[in-house]
Write a protein that binds this ligand. Structure first.
Ligand code: NDP
Ligand code: 3PG
Length: 488
């Protein structure tokens, strides 16, 4: 399957109007593995002219695509999901090399993506319009009826991050297509090989020429051009708050759906089941080395149980394996870049200097940061507020649930939080007061299942994702009002 999207020198191509095209001016970006810096491929650094061609193709193709029946579109998506499953070993293998995800998580990402695509097709089949009688509003008349259908928005620009290069691209493409839009995928440069592979799967499944196109190139170079392109009708972005805010500042009247950074808190109350809590904190904080927007990024534990909780977390952390995901099954993998690892080390050093107690880890081997746990973190430390996107967890001890809520809400972010307690009243008390998109009761913070609404408030995002929610975000109501001759 891969041979069509790259040549023998591992120069990858972009999908534009149904053709896999080389870089026109021969400019490529080399993609190296975060594991050992080996070159795994190169992607075109697309020029403005090439971007124009992609947008033009998308615009033209959408005119026919919007008339394709839901059922036909669904068949194509089912086929794409099957192609991904058939090739899951190869795609997961590419993910291991390109973003250093461990193979098991890579496989699970591909499987989850296939499920996501199929569920999107099924959901779109079940989204019906509505008709609203005119006399249901005061002063309305029985001769009026409003018929409400959903219309596509046009050309959707999907910008995906490195950490789920297949899933977070497909979760924009599939609902975008089902809503009748054409889509341009701009994958994260580190992750673009996986993104192109995914586009190939959609093409092979029967997505018509021009309906899905790809644009590669550094966001810092072509980002502004594409996000402000007049041919773009919607931007669906997942990535850092910094870039998300930049996009929202430079765009003009283009609707945005954004999932950005987070500093998800795990709030642990005095009656929590501490084994369950520790399991969730370790899984939630350290999987894929903490490079997940929804990773548990701080623990707010009430004094009464903090010592016991620390002991349990430490004992579970002993089982975390770290190393090279090409060589063995590991939980902790090299971070995406040495710059990312440098940043995490800065946060670790700051916490140490300001007197936090380092309980576990704190070491660096290449791009690997060993799983790290700090206790007695205080609010003057950077690790209390900043998102490491690495395997470092701070414990902030609090006197009670109200102090936990206050610290949780003082964050600029508002993605998710978790509360661990066996008291339903306390669970609701805390959940009601937290300024986040989702509160998990007795579970780690996480996005799935993917048909749940997923959203961030404050600096964590704009709009709501989740299968039905994404389809709705990428479409709009179209209203036709029937005015019958007035009945006597
Ligand atoms: N809430 C969420 O769902 C998620 C949040 N994140 C957040 O993202 C950060 C790390 O992910 P990372 O991929 O590095 O995030 P970035 O924000 O750096 O990149 C995300 C995407 O935006 C592109 N991009 C960069 N600059 C621009 C620009 N000026 N205009 C348009 N697009 C641009 C990138 O391309 P390129 O790679 O070429 O620079 C990439 O495709 C973390 O802070 C994390 O919190 C990450 C994943 C999920
Ligand atoms: O962008 C992210 O990091 C994801 O949306 C998180 O998804 P997860 O909770 O399923 O890991």
């Amino acid at each position: 399957m891969m041979t069509l999207i790259k040549d023998d020198n591992n120069l990858y191509r972009n999908l534009i109007n149904g053709e896999w095209v080389e870089s026109k001016d021969g400019k490529y970006i080399t993609v190296t593995s975060p594991i050992d810096n080996s070159v795994i491929g190169s992607v075109p650094a697309m020029t403005k002219n090439e971007v124009d061609l992609a947008v033009q193709a998308a615009k033209e193709a959408q005119k026919d695509w919007k008339h394709v029946t839901i059922d036909e579109k669904a068949e194509i998506l089912y086929h794409a999901a099957d192609i991904l499953l058939k090739n899951k070993e190869e795609l997961a293998g590419l993910m291991v090399k390109e973003i250093a995800k461990d193979r098991k998580s890579g496989l699970s990402e591909v499987e989850r993506t296939a499920d996501f695509i199929k569920f999107t097709a099924d959901t779109a089949k079940n989204i019906s319009g509505e008709s609203i009688p005119g006399d249901s509003f005061p002063g309305g008349k029985t001769n009026k009826v409003s018929i409400v259908r959903r219309e596509p928005l046009g050309v959707v620009l999907a910008i995906s991050p490195f950490n789920y290069p297949v899933n977070l691209a497909a979760s924009k493409i599939a609902p975008g297509l089902m809503a009748g839009n054409s889509v341009i995928l701009k994958p994260a440069t580190q992750g673009s090989l996986c993104g192109l592979y995914l586009a190939r799967a959609f093409q092979e499944a029967g997505v018509p020429d021009g309906v899905l196109n790809t644009v590669t190139g550094k966001g810092s170079e072509i980002g502004d051009y594409i996000t402000t392109h007049p041919g773009i009708n919607f931007i669906n972005f997942t990535g850092s708050t910094e870039v998300g805010q930049h996009i929202s500042q430079i765009t003009n009247m283009v609707p945005l759906l954004m999932e950005l950074g987070g500093k998800d808190a795990a709030i642990v109350l005095e009656d929590a089941d501490l084994d369950l809590t520790a399991n969730n904190i370790v899984a939630g904080g350290y999987s894929y080395s903490g490079q997940r927007c929804t990773a548990v990024k701080r623990i707010l534990a009430v004094d009464q149980i903090a010592d016991q909780l620390v002991e349990k977390i430490m004992s579970k952390m002993e089982k975390l394996a770290y190393g090279n995901p090409l060589e063995k099954d590991v939980d902790i993998v090299p971070l995406i870049s040495s710059k990312a690892a440098d940043f995490v080390c800065e946060l670790i050093d700051d916490a140490k200097e300001k007197g936090a107690k380092l309980l576990v880890g704190g070491n660096r081997e290449g791009n690997i940061i060993t799983p790290t746990l700090f206790d007695y973190v205080t609010t003057d430390m950077r690790i209390a507020w900043e998102e490491p996107f690495g395997p470092v967890l701070p414990i902030i001890r609090v006197k009670d649930k109200d102090e936990a809520i206050e610290i949780a809400n003082a964050s600029e972010y508002g993605l998710q939080s978790a509360v661990f307690t066996q008291n339903i009243n306390d669970a609701f008390y805390v959940a009601d007061k937290l300024e986040v998109g989702t509160v998990q009761v007795n579970n780690k913070t996480e996005r799935g299942p993917d048909h749940f609404p997923f959203l961030g408030v404050k600096a964590s995002g704009i709009g709501t994702q989740g299968i039905r929610y994404s389809i709705e975000s990428m479409s709009r109501p179209k209203v036709t009002v029937i005015n019958l001759p007035h009945q006597e």
